[in-house]
Design a protein around this ligand. Structure first.
Ligand SMILES: Nc1ncnc2c1ncn2[C@@H]1O[C@H](COP(=O)(O)OP(=O)(O)O)[C@@H](O)[C@H]1O
Ligand SMILES: Cc1ncc(COP(=O)(O)OP(=O)(O)O)c(N)n1
Length: 269
């Protein structure tokens, strides 16, 4: 028998019963990237590839208990937040991030699912902007989320650069503005690092509806890489490489916005 230590990670997020996004996407991504995934369930969704049918946030007492259980036992090397639903849950998460000194922390400021369902209320948005971003090592808004944080439309490349700088000034050390919602044949994810360096991660835009959970998958792949001890810049590039690979091996699941093949980076096809 052989035994080895493995990096342990944490997703603080909502559950997607359909398995394509939320903490299920996170756990699958972490597993495929060879780290051990733990989770704090901040809320449940009844969800499939057609949309979100019901949402039920978790009691704060239960959120606290999950954090205490994990930090009594595991050696968490990196963590992420996903859907946090409302101001009460955002505050509970912030309290526990501080209590357990959780870092590096990737904040995926999930606001709306691809089908249009809201996964964060207005007060929750304010709490993330004002109180969670200053604790974030990396924040990963998509274009609509970046616009909410920037409080202005983002229409040009210069707007993206200005928005990233604005979001960094809100307190997040490193910023990725994801380009999945861009039109055209190419996608550009814009990265602004803590030291002021910036770069663009460009990829072809795959013409598919089977991309449910792309944001969760990118942020979780980054967490996995950080947990292995890689630098922020390398972790971001590894995360993008992973999502780009698995988007190229489609699986046919469900009747709407289908999930990703999280094992697709292993050339399973
Ligand atoms: N159609 C696509 N083709 C290629 N890459 C994509 C596509 N859609 C999303 N991505 C990539 O997936 C990641 C998540 O982006 P995005 O879809 O904008 O986030 P979210 O799921 O939070 O809306 C980014 O790295 C983005 O470049
Ligand atoms: C429970 C839950 N969390 C997050 C999301 C959104 O995830 P995301 O990766 O942004 O994927 P899309 O929904 O945009 O495909 C979710 N749907 N459910």
């Amino acid at each position: 028998m052989s035994s080895k230590e493995v990096p342990q990670t944490l997703t603080i997020a909502g559950s997607d019963s359909g398995g394509g996004a939320g903490m299920q996407a996170d756990i699958k991504t972490m597993q495929e990237n060879h780290v051990f995934a733990t989770n704090v369930v901040v809320g449940l969704t009844a969800q499939n590839t057609l949309g979100v049918q019901m949402v039920q946030p978790t009691d704060v007492e239960m959120i606290d208990a999950q954090f205490d259980s994990l930090f009594d036992d595991f050696d968490i090397k990196a963590a992420k937040t996903g859907a946090l639903f409302d101001q009460i849950r955002v505050s509970a998460v912030i309290k526990n991030v501080k209590k357990h000194n959780i870092h590096p922390l990737v904040v995926d400021p999930v606001m709306v699912a691809k089908g249009g369902a809201r996964l964060l209320d207005d007060q929750g948005i304010h709490a993330i902007i004002n109180d969670l971003l200053p604790l974030a090592d990396i924040v990963t808004p998509n274009l609509p989320e970046a616009q909410v944080m920037y409080n202005k439309p983002i229409e040009t490349k210069d707007d993206v650069i200005d928005a990233a700088s604005f979001i960094q000034q809100l307190g997040a050390k490193n910023v990725i503005i994801k380009g999945g919602h861009q039109s055209g044949d190419l996608i550009e994810d814009y990265v602004l690092l803590e030291n002021g360096d910036s770069f663009i991660m460009e990829s072809p835009k795959y013409d598919t509806v089977r991309k449910h959970g792309t944001g969760d998958t990118l942020s979780s792949a980054i967490v996995a890489s950080l947990a292995k001890g890689n630098s922020v810049e390398d972790a971001i590039i590894e995360g993008k490489t992973y999502i780009d690979k698995i988007l190229q091996s489609e699986i046919l699941v469900g009747h709407g916005h289908g999930p990703l093949s999280h094992w697709g980076a292993e050339n399973a096809f």
